[in-house]
Design a binder for this molecule. Structure first.
Ligand code: MV4
Length: 447
């Protein structure tokens, strides 16, 4: 087992990994930017190194500086968290060449899945359903028109280097397809340095369902059930829950089994998430695979009782998965609300600044994963999430009641947060029915 782990991240996820290290008896090494000198992840780590100025590009994205800190800190492994370098296969490679374990999948698996068209082709080969679409990348305007007529409009043009909704364009007919194609290609080239796109039939009002996977280096692989992340706004998730309230049990199981099949085909290891969209008739289609731990992993931890970060560390260190599929329960219902330093009344505009005072909720079934505290300065340099409020109760109805109670206790002065907005969502009939699709927030809150 490792003696020392460096956490190449900040905020709540850095703190989350430090907590797992402490419980495993592993020393933690933090890195931080100048803006984060007073951050909780610096305070609770066993050791910390400043790696540069506030801008991410000068600190948390600087591979050279992170590796220097890893050498100074004499670590055995690096946990990348999510965002920043978490899905950067070059960073992953560099860690390995410096004889530092990267706590995540291999660079090869990362590359296979980081290219969305390649992942789509792998899914097809493995017999995992994908949305009807182009056979590979679109090479010409004529090909786009031919495929679109074949599968039927509307179609969705997707950047192969994209993901998370970046570089997508819907086209409703042949006329707009040509301009949409060019726009998507230009946008993808500018954003990712790769203008290649593929085409899919556009699925209207889908649910977003994702499956948590754990796979070790000895061929053992399990799923930890699904999460429903349909409550989102402009590709930013707001509320996630497990299990999905909108799917029958047989469909949930079928999706989880498809996710396992996909990860086997990709020779995937460590923790990963297979993302699906599900249509009105419960047809499900693989969209992409995220080669990292995700923000919303705690809802899975609550229903399964599994510490996913510890599992990531144990797997990376070469241990056998200690869990077999039938030892992974799905107990009760868990919900997470992302608490962002944003003003919902001003188009969710970020609201950085000093937290003057704060009270964190607690009580039975309540978990608050946050690096924030009274006196903490929310920096404008990073994403605006300052905490995740998670509840776990025997039923979904009780989980909603507990979440509303916990939201009413959460008090943060000095900045605006999304807490009150969550309480409105939690009272909406469509949410109460467990019937939300990905258009819910925009539609019902014209947000
Ligand atoms: C789609 C889709 C409809 N049809 N693909 C957006 C993020 C990316 N991971 C995949 N996304 C979508 N792909 C087809 N063929 C609709 C979305 C989509 C979406 C998916 C999941 C969660 C929220 C979403 C919001 C808008 C669009």
């Amino acid at each position: 087992m490792y003696n020392r782990i460096l956490i190449a991240n900040r905020g709540e996820i850095a703190l989350r990994v430090i907590r797992a290290c402490r419980e495993l008896g592993i020393q933690s090494v933090a890195v931080y930017s100048q803006a984060d000198a007073d951050s909780a992840h610096v305070r609770f780590a066993d050791e910390a190194y400043c790696i540069g100025p506030s801008r991410s590009a000068d600190s948390y994205l600087r591979i050279d500086r992170i590796i220097s800190a890893a050498e100074l800190g004499n670590v055995d492994a690096i946990h990348p968290g999510y965002g920043f370098l978490a899905e950067n296969s070059h960073f992953n490679d560099v860690c390995r060449s410096c004889e530092i374990d990267f706590i995540g999948p291999t660079p090869q698996a990362m590359d296979r899945l980081g290219d969305k068209n390649a992942a789509r082709e792998l899914a097809i080969a493995a017999g995992v359903p994908v949305v009807p679409g182009s056979d590979g990348l679109i090479e010409s305007e004529d090909e786009a028109v031919r495929v679109a007529k074949e599968i039927g409009f509307p179609v969705l043009i997707k950047a192969t280097a994209g993901g998370g909704g970046k570089g997508m364009r819907v086209a409703a007919n042949e006329l707009v397809l040509k301009t949409a194609l060019q726009q998507a290609q230009t946008e993808a080239q500018a954003a990712f340095g790769n203008g290649a796109v593929y085409l899919e039939k556009y699925i209207e009002k889908p649910r977003h369902i994702e499956v948590q996977i754990l796979a070790d280096h000895h061929g053992n692989i399990v799923h930890c059930h699904e999460r429903d992340c349909s409550v989102q706004r402009r590709h930013q998730k707001l509320i996630e829950e497990a299990p999905s309230p909108s799917l029958p049990t047989d469909k949930r199981l079928a999706i989880c089994e498809a996710a396992v099949k996909m990860c086997k085909a990709a020779e995937y290891t460590n923790a990963g998430t297979v993302e699906f969209i599900v249509d009105k008739n419960f047809n499900f289609y693989l969209i992409e695979v995220n080669a990292r731990i995700q923000v919303e992993h705690p809802v899975t931890e609550m229903i399964t009782g599994i510490d996913l970060i510890k599992q990531q560390i144990l797997i990376a260190a070469g241990e056998n998965l200690s869990l077999s599929q039938d030892q992974i329960p799905c107990i009760g219902a868990a919900i997470e609300c992302r608490i962002n330093a944003e003003n919902p009344d001003r188009n969710f505009q970020p609201h950085p600044g000093k937290i003057q005072s704060m009270f964190a909720p607690g009580g039975l079934g309540v978990r608050f994963d946050s690096h924030a505290y009274a006196g903490y300065n929310v920096s404008p340099y990073y994403d605006s999430m300052i905490g995740k409020l998670i509840v776990h109760r025997p039923t979904r109805e009780q989980a909603i009641a507990t979440m509303r109670r916990a939201l009413s206790e959460l008090s943060i002065q000095g900045i605006s947060t999304t807490a009150a907005f969550h309480d409105r969502v939690l009272q909406h009939p469509e949410f109460l029915q467990g019937a939300c699709d990905t258009t819910f927030v925009d539609r019902e809150f014209n947000a």
